[in-house]
Design a protein around this ligand. Structure first.
Ligand code: FAD
Length: 596
């Protein structure tokens, strides 16, 4: 069984050298407290908690899973989870970025990104409990009435309660317009919520005294489809407007799912049998409010992907250094040993470098997205907030879609590097492959992210977010044009960025003739976008490393990994460009009946 070591050197590099958060934070309300000393201390503590408290519970939690007592409809989480949660709350982590008036520390959102990464690398299942609470907090903060924030947000921020997102029903997953749960207005201003939600993460558990469900349901006179969905707060124990907790509400866990991975994260069937709830936000505008939560949650699930990539890489590297098999083709590298370690073999290095390039590149991309959350919320200037918001909307489906897909690829490489020892359970890496699998599915599948990116974020906005991002790339290429250290990267990056803009135009034109062209291009477009975005962050990383006080080895490793990325990963864009240019006909030409 392996241990987890938080990659603090690279986390600090991304935050302080690449994204320059120290100076940025000083411009933002709440950021003035986030001095270098404070952020360093937070990172050290997060690393300690993840390494020492959460990581030791990862394999045991996977083995034990969660258990439902049907008689009492209560769920027991694996041994140690409850205590770990209590330690998390005592450490003040649940309120790290929440507003001060609701009990939080109001630190910039992007400080939460490395915390999230470390929790997820250490124990993805456990990390789901705070993840959902964070999403619920955001929805309450942005759309709740003041009494709702006082009554529901405060206890979540304090970590006394957790939150859920209740969207999915058996017949309605990606297509929320189909949902049937009902909300009947009551004379006292509450609503009676009825329906069955499935696959609800953290729907029932023993970590906290209450659970706040955010539930999508329809009012009696609601129009059909997505325009008739409202959002309700439904607590497990009823809550007075004063915040006083009352009797048990009519919401119960009917069953828990037995699943492929994240076995210690409980996935519940939730029955709402006339449960008391409160409307949050305007009637029939629930999806808008839920999107707030989804954006936060989608960025967080992208970071789950990063967590898995990093963890698998650490294990793979240790194993490749230790395991002796066969000799290097060019002659023994360690003649005193019975065989050479795996790391001498070129193809093992291909997989290791792929993991390393994705771990560090995805860290840069996802933390960058988190800094856009800071700017969209807190930048002093309205234009800057607007620009960050547009950039963020555009980048989130890329972060969610790409990082989770790459997590699956990297978990596959981890198992492959371990060979048969990776396939059996003892070494722990097969758990990463099972745990990673859900990340491309929940919070919107890769296809849904791709449609969101190309359909909504590009076509419906005339590509405003993409334009901002391409401007950044162009400004970077321009500024670095004479930098000899970057000569290998700037020209291919500029070419890829230009092709990205061209491809967008081409798909846009085809979509005017037939909207199905968007569906035919979307996933290839998402991958194309993601690989170019990573190329940008790799080139920036080399530049930032050169400018930093890091030792020569660190700078060299950044440059060599960037070279690997540009030579061996960026060319994947060729396949995606060609595939998406092949268009709709290659997919729809086959009559349904002739599939076999
Ligand atoms: C472990 C786990 C935890 C979960 N946690 C939660 C939770 O906390 N709250 C919650 O509400 N839900 C939760 N979910 C549900 C999850 O969000 C859904 O499973 C997911 O959104 C997909 O919906 P579906 O399973 O119904 O698949 P479907 O929507 O039936 O999709 C099936 C396939 O068709 C594809 N597809 C659908 N429409 C299109 C299209 N237009 N174009 C191209 N492809 C398309 C999808 O990408 C997918 O590959 C969870 C699920 C799991 C398994």
């Amino acid at each position: 069984m392996t241990t987890y070591k938080a990659p603090l050197a690279d986390i600090r590099f991304v935050m302080f050298d690449l994204l320059k958060v120290e100076a940025e934070y000083q411009r933002l309300p709440g950021g003035e407290n986030a001095t270098r000393d404070i952020v360093d201390a937070i990172l050290d503590e997060a690393a300690r908690f993840s390494e020492q408290v959460l990581a030791p519970l990862n394999a045991s939690g996977d083995e034990e899973g969660c258990h439902l007592d049907k008689a009492t409809a209560t769920v027991t989480t694996p041994k140690g989870f409850k205590e770990a949660y209590a330690t998390y709350v005592a450490g003040g982590w649940s309120g790290l970025t929440a507003p001060e008036q609701y009990g939080g520390q109001h630190l910039p959102e992007s400080i939460g990104a490395p915390l999230k990464e470390m929790l997820d690398s250490a124990n993805l299942s456990w990390g789901n409990f705070p993840l959902l609470s964070h999403g619920a907090s955001e929805a309450l903060r942005q759309h709740g009435e003041e009494w709702q924030r006082q009554a529901f947000l405060k206890p979540i921020v304090e970590g006394r309660w957790t939150g859920t997102m209740c969207l999915t029903e058996s017949h309605c997953g990606s297509d929320l317009g189909l949902l049937k749960s009902r909300a009947e207005p009551q004379a006292n201003g509450t609503y009676s919520i009825s329906g069955t939600k499935i696959f609800i993460t953290a729907g029932e558990h023993d970590l906290t005294e209450n659970i706040v469900h955010l539930v999508l349901a329809r009012l009696p006179d609601a129009p059909p489809g997505v325009k008739g969905i409202s959002l309700f707060i439904v607590p497990k124990y009823k809550v007075e407007q004063s915040g006083q907790m009352g009797e048990r509400n009519a919401v119960t866990c009917g069953a828990i799912e037995h699943k492929m991975g994240i076995k210690a994260s409980v996935t519940c069937v939730m029955n709402f049998d006339g449960a008391e709830g409160w409307l949050i936000g305007p009637p029939n505008r629930g999806l808008m409010a839920m999107f707030t939560m989804m954006n936060t949650a989608r960025l967080a699930v992208g970071i789950q992907g990063l967590g898995i990539i990093e963890r698998g890489y650490q294990d793979s590297l240790a194993y490749a250094r230790d395991r002796l098999q066969m000799r290097s083709l060019s002659g023994a590298r360690f003649p005193d040993k019975p065989a050479d370690p795996l790391i001498v073999h070129p193809d093992i290095r291909r997989m290791l470098l792929t993991q390393k390039a994705f771990a560090e590149g995805c860290r840069a991309l996802s933390y960058y997205a988190a800094t856009q959350v800071d700017l969209a919320e807190r930048a002093p200037d309205a234009d800057e907030r607007k620009r960050a918001d547009e950039l963020l909307s555009f980048i989130i489906p890329i972060v969610k879609g790409l990082l989770t897909e790459l997590a699956n690829e990297c978990a596959y490489h981890a198992v492959q590097i371990f060979g048969g020892h990776g396939y059996i359970r003892e070494t722990g890496v097969e758990q990463y492959a099972r745990d990673a699998r859900i990340t491309t599915i929940y919070e919107g599948t890769t296809q849904i992210q791709a449609l969101d990116l190309l359909g909504r974020k590009i076509m419906q906005t005339q590509g405003v977010g993409l334009r901002h991002f391409l401007e950044e790339i162009s400004a970077f290429c321009h500024a670095q044009a004479q930098n000899a250290a970057l000569s290998e990267f700037i020209a291919p990056l500029a070419i890829a960025a230009k092709e990205w803009a061209d491809l967008t135009q081409e798909v846009g034109k085809r979509a005017l003739a037939n909207p199905d062209e968007i569906g035919a291009a979307a996933v290839d477009y998402l991958f194309y976008s993601g690989y170019v975005a990573l190329a940008y962050f790799w080139a920036r990383s080399v530049a930032a490393a050169e400018d930093s006080a890091h030792p020569a080895d660190f700078k060299n490793a950044k440059r060599l990994t960037a070279s690997f990325y540009f030579a061996r990963i960026l060319p994947r864009t060729r396949t995606h460009a060609q595939a998406l240019r092949a268009g709709l006909e290659t997919l729809m030409g086959m009559p349904d009946a002739q599939f076999g």
